[in-house]
Design a protein around this ligand. Sequence first.
Ligand code: ATP
Length: 462
Amino acid sequence: MERTLIKDLRGKIDQTVKLQGWLQTLRDQKKMQFLILRDPTGLVQVAHWKPNDEILASNIASLGAETALTIIGKVIDNPVVKLNQLEVQLESLVVENLAESPLPFDPFAETLPALDYRLDWRYMDLRRAYNYLLFQVQTTMEMAMREYWLKHDFIEIHSPKLMGTPSESGAELFSLDYFERKAYLAQSPQFYKQMAMAAGFERIFEIGPVFRADPSFTARHMTEFTGVDLEISWIDSHEDVMAFEENWLQYVYARVKELHGEAIKETFGVELVVPQVPFPRIPMRDAVEILKSRGYVLPADKKGDIDPGGEREIASYVKEKFDHDFVFLTDWPIGVRPFYHMRLAGDETLTRSFDLIANGLEITTGAQREHRPEILAKQALEKGLHLEPIQYYIDFFRYGCPPHGGFGLGLSRLLMVMLNLPNIRDCLLYTSDAADDLLCVDLGGRRIIKKKKIEQQHKFKN
Ligand code: ATP
């Protein structure tokens, strides 16, 4: 018999069906047993009349919550039943995998353990409908991204993650043994995206892993994350890249709202707003002045960069002034941008680059890239880089390469923003934090708390 999903039961009244899922709760009464069965599509009440089969009744009585079951039963329309106004009358049951008890924690309890504890038991934590929805939203996000790209003639690439030379700066670089020599984990697909531009692909995207050996454990940084990258040829400036990104994001938001808007509101309490285009744009020079005028002091070591507090303050300004959740900060000083960002005509101290801040969190860095090899080499030398290790990259631009630009966006950061979640670890299937025993609890801060300490503080119910 084929499996029926719980969401489809209404169409199967008076039929015998096969259900497969988890025993969420069991109410064992004198004559009746009520099993609440869960599959990813919902919950249903399964009823067993004990005198029908005493052996089955005692088997059911011994089942722990979260046991994986296959159930055969007849679907009955029953307006008295609160759950979907129907129930399944049990005919037979197979225990596929008995759940031990007690559970490490009850994923359906009203009060849940702290995130770090739940991450230790992630496969239990992910059983919550909340998490299922979160990954459904992520799936739709990626689908919508791809839909938009394919409509606009993009090609997908998969660039190597093991590299012979660093793809960005020497900082935040993981190195490893590669037979007799050293290799590095890709900090971005930057070089390969640009290689594709030199190859004439014109419009490319990649969704793939990115590695950063960044020891600052914050609520928005991972040492491994999923990067969403794209690159476009024949642009006039970074403005073309921003224009593409805002329309693309508007489409992604609209698709997510269309498919999950109601569920997101119910589960995450978020009314998803499809952003209006164009997003506001503020040159960095003006942003610094705006921050000053609002009494926000940027840390002295930032040298033209902005800190997370500053990002949030600019976001408040933009919300007040433009009633918008997104803002492009543009024209960043060369000191805080990589050597391959093209400089602004008329002011060599600035770059044709931007960051996108969404609800106060940076989600994207983008730029027009320098595609003229002699200028690129000069900019690299100015940054103190040696040309030899990056010569193969500079060579991409020696044989006819169009002007181009692109951006990188953190997939989980976008999800955080969309669902208004405070910690990036909420948005990941599992964290690969190398320092697994460390956890940062405050958004944007650098507060590090020993996990063991949190565990001691946590009063665990089971
Ligand atoms: P941040 O200033 O937040 O450290 P960054 O400027 O180093 O970010 P980029 O190198 O520009 O980030 O990477 C592009 C995008 O990738 C970022 O805007 C962000 O969305 C995401 N990202 C960068 N670093 C991380 C990280 N460690 N964990 C998760 N996402 C990240």
